[in-house]
Design a protein around this ligand. Structure first.
Ligand SMILES: *Cc1c(COP(=O)(O)O)cnc(C)c1O
Length: 365
């Protein structure tokens, strides 16, 4: 039996143990083929079943209506920063961006490269260190915009949109790389959603894209093939060889999510984890100092805080490691502690961390 740690890394991040165990058990002989899934044609019926099951599970778990396509692409979240404006900003069309953290800012910068005159930032909290999200009265969406882009969860700064902006008829486009499927939500106001897999879904490199049919119809048809949403949609994400093993792992993760009660059950666990950890932080607010200033903007996925000194931060990280918990060192520009507790972090794991934090503040506070 191998030794497993409690993994709070920000990404790539922990995956549910049963999804990994299934991969181990099926590694040498996948679906009775006598081969691993990595060694078989992406046109085989055995692989095709996995491909379709992964897409169907996204659709089923999130209740995605039939006027959306589910695409499984490559290039991670970063290529989507580029593909979105490339496909959608042509013929004088413009887009608005909410800049709420590093990833949102990267998306904005890439869009500026693609379409310098068509992209504007309508709300940024950068001057305040991204410690909160913009309030609805702080930004105005151009009703003629082709889309409003946002990042649903700020992996680095630890804010999360719990209520998405109301953009009227303007389709929302969201980078949900670090909180996709943390709970059920209504996908219909979204024209396009993308999520790099390595936080909440599976291995890095793979990105899940949901695109609404009316938005797909607006996409350019004169781009290089690999950059066209239209071609990937027409070819059912099999235009070229897809990342078959990553999609297989996505299937394992989503099948496991379904087996434990789907996104309602996962949401309940995530909210309980948030209450546990923020409860501890708030009980000892002078010692565990949260980075995010607005409680209503707190992320349930990534939680940032500082101890009173950098020395205590470092001591916390190394003592936690001795206690079997890894990945707690804060983002390099931010310092302090970051707890990333995506879907695969169980309630007992977070309880173990909170017990450790109570112990640590008793000893060192
Ligand atoms: C991790 C992350 C990305 C980057 O994804 P890559 O797969 O490395 O391109 C983008 N957006 C958010 C919100 C992330 O957390």
């Amino acid at each position: 039996m191998s030794h497993r740690v409690i993994n709070f890394f920000a990404g790539p991040a922990a995956l549910p143990l049963p999804a990994l165990e299934r991969a181990r058990d099926e590694l040498l002989d996948f679906a009775g083929t006598g081969m691993s899934v990595m060694e078989i044609s992406h046109r085989s019926k055995e692989y095709e079943a996995v491909h379709n099951e992964a897409k169907d599970l996204v659709r089923e778990l999130l209740d995605v209506p039939s006027n959306f396509k589910v695409l499984l692409l490559q290039g991670g979240g970063n290529l989507q920063f580029t593909m979105v404006p490339m496909n959608l900003l042509h013929g004088g069309r413009k887009a608005d961006y909410l800049v709420t953290g590093n990833w949102a800012k990267k998306a904005y910068k890439e869009a500026k490269i693609v379409a310098p005159d068509a992209v504007r930032s309508i709300g940024s909290t950068e001057a305040e260190g991204f410690k909160r999200l913009p309030r609805p009265d702080e930004y105005q969406v151009d009703p003629a915009a082709a889309y409003l882009h946002l990042c649903s969860n700020n992996t680095i700064y630890g804010t999360q949109w719990h209520r998405f902006p109301d953009a009227g008829n303007v389709p929302l486009v969201a980078d949900m790389s670090s909180d996709f499927m943390w709970r059920p939500f209504d996908v219909r106001p979204f024209g396009l959603i993308y999520a790099g897999a390595q936080k909440n879904l599976g291995p890095s490199g793979l990105v899940v894209v949901l695109i609404r049919d009316d938005v797909l119809e607006q996409c350019r048809a004169d781009l290089p093939s690999m950059l066209q949403y239209r071609i990937h949609a027409d070819k059912d994400s099999l235009y070229n060889t897809p990342p078959t093993f990553s999609i297989y792992m996505l299937r394992n993760v989503l099948a496991y999510n379904k087996s434990i009660g789907g996104l309602k059950a996962i949401e309940a666990t995530n909210l309980a984890k948030g209450e546990l950890l923020y409860g501890c932080i708030d009980r000892h607010a002078g010692f565990y100092r949260p980075y995010v200033t607005e409680k209503s903007d707190r992320s349930v996925m990534n939680v940032d805080f500082h101890l009173p000194t950098p020395e205590l931060d470092a001591e916390f990280v190394s003592a936690a490691k001795k206690a079997g918990m890894v990945g707690l060192k804060g983002y390099r520009d931010l310092g302090g502690i970051r707890v990333s507790m995506y879907n695969a972090a169980t309630l007992p794991m977070v309880q173990t961390l909170v017990d450790f934090m109570e112990e640590f503040v008793r000893a060192r506070g």
